[in-house]
Design a protein around this ligand. Structure first.
Ligand code: PA5
Length: 468
């Protein structure tokens, strides 16, 4: 079976020197704390960290696949053409990452017969939503409304706008078939709306926070609708769970990755974590991971109440494209970054480069070779350049971009981030900074119950504005 691997040779001092690289003994010293951190995380598996168990929810998987199958006729007949996710943050990024990784890059331009397009509308920018309304016939759309809290202003406002358009287009009764909701079993306003309207719905279970929810109906409903191999995805995640659940440090990629992240920041002064995806299809996984890392580890207060203002800054780059925009900085700029290269061993396609213009040295070396060779050479070139410039880097090797391997990656990173939370001594599962922004927006929009916050904001807005 295809197994994801983590190659960390190039974070060691033997590869990038003692100033920027880790002595193997430094890493080995993390074995005890890492295994303790893993035990602490796993002890919460049946309590507040129920996301750890998502790959094994066979009943949920069946319900999702049944729902997707029940919609197939509508897509085949052309009654429906598009699936549109209304959600934001953890309720959106996984959908986009899975679609980008496991559907054709051109799926939404030239969709496979009988298959819907998939769009993720994760903004309330009026120029995005307005353009959507101008461009799409809502009667051909299935809206996948995703909000764990069932109260997020962005998602709820989109729901209100699109629901009204649907009712205008197809009538009150028929609009119900165009909406599927994923939300908490009880909390928030979406659940009572689901009950009242009779929308198809799925549950975000307790103990599954937004950014840890991609393997729940939050991520797998839209995946199933566009034909992604959901059983394969969950089986891959389950395989990574088995591999990492109890394995000792030296055999446990989640523990090794979490330890490297923590040492890179705390011992080597590298607050920036770059995910450099050498795969166009995996590029959105870098964005998904950016949220997972930033929201989980970026915290003001430690678990013992001290102000720590901690957390790595995630950066997402794609190879080879960003070799021509960012690599200059990465190789010669400040020593404040470490790198995770995502690499694919067996791309699906082979593209041959014709042997033309043999008398031009600048072209003749390309002729008769493949783009696969060129892509791999550029990836290795970047790895060598980073290493030679003493920039620590690891490589996560995807044997192929399949649902199974992507499932392994998602679970690996989720578990690694949970363990990082223990190393950084913060709560990796809350997001008070996000909530603070939500509360301020509610206050500014005049939501009832937020009057006091509005008064505070208005009182604080003193001083002369200075604008040039
Ligand atoms: O990870 C998180 O918890 C957040 O990013 C949420 O997913 C995001 O704020 C959306 O929340 P909700 O799903 O409740 O609408």
């Amino acid at each position: 079976m295809d197994r994801l691997t983590l190659d960390y040779t190039n974070v060691l001092a033997s590869a990038v020197g003692p100033e920027h690289g880790l002595d193997i003994s430094e890493l080995e010293a993390m074995a005890g704390p890492s295994e303790a951190a893993l035990a602490a995380v796993q002890a919460r598996r049946t309590q507040d960290l129920r996301w750890l168990d998502l790959p094994h929810q066979q009943g949920v998987q069946r319900d999702v696949l049944d729902y997707a199958a029940s919609m197939q006729d509508a897509f085949r007949s052309g009654d429906l053409e598009n699936v549109v996710v209304l959600g934001i943050g953890g309720s959106a990024l996984g959908n986009r990452a899975l679609h980008a990784a496991l559907s054709s890059p051109f799926h939404d331009i030239a969709r496979p017969e009988g298959m819907p397009r998939l769009f993720v509308l994760d903004n309330v920018d009026p120029d995005l939503v307005g353009e959507f309304l101008d461009t799409f016939d809502v009667s051909k759309c299935l809206f996948n409304v995703i909000s764990k809290s069932g109260s997020t202003a962005e998602t709820m406002s989109q729901f209100l706008v699109l629901r009204q358009r649907l009712v205008e287009a197809v009538g009150v009764e028929a609009h119900r078939r165009h909406i599927v909701v994923t939300t908490d079993a009880e909390k928030g306003v979406l659940r009572p709306i689901v009950e009242k309207e009779g929308y198809a719905s799925f549950v975000v279970p307790d103990g599954v926070g937004g950014r840890f929810s991609v393997l729940s109906p939050v991520g797998i409903v839209s995946s199933a609708l566009v034909g992604i191999d959901v059983p394969g995805l969950l089986a891959g995640a389950a395989a990574m769970d088995e591999r990492c659940r109890e394995a000792p440090f030296a055999e446990n990629p989640a523990l090794v990755y979490a330890a490297i992240q923590s040492l890179m920041q705390e011992k080597k002064g590298k607050p920036m974590a770059v995910t450099f995806s050498y795969s166009q299809r995996l590029a959105c996984l870098g964005d998904w991971y950016a949220q997972l890392l930033a929201e989980s580890i970026g915290k003001r207060v430690s678990t013992d109440g001290a102000e720590v203002f901690t957390g790595p800054t995630p950066i997402s780059a794609v190879g080879v494209t960003d070799q021509h925009s960012q690599v200059q900085l990465y190789v010669e700029g400040p020593f404040d970054k470490w790198f995770t290269l995502l690499s694919v061993e067996r791309p699906d396609h082979t593209v041959e480069i014709p042997a033309e213009y043999a008398d031009h040295d600048a072209l003749s070396y390309l002729g008769g070779r493949t783009m696969n060779e060129l892509f791999a050479a550029e990836r290795e070139g970047t790895r060598i350049a980073l290493t030679d410039a003493n920039r620590p880097n690891v490589t996560i090797q995807f044997p192929a971009v399949t649902a199974h391997v992507v499932g392994q990656y998602l679970y690996l990173m989720e578990l690694a981030v949970a363990v990082m939370g223990e190393h950084y001594r913060i709560d990796a599962f809350d997001q008070p900074g996000v909530e603070a922004g939500k509360v301020a927006a509610y206050a500014l929009m005049g939501r009832s119950g937020y009057e006091a916050r509005r008064a505070e904001i208005e009182a604080a807005a003193g001083g002369e504005p200075r604008v040039v």
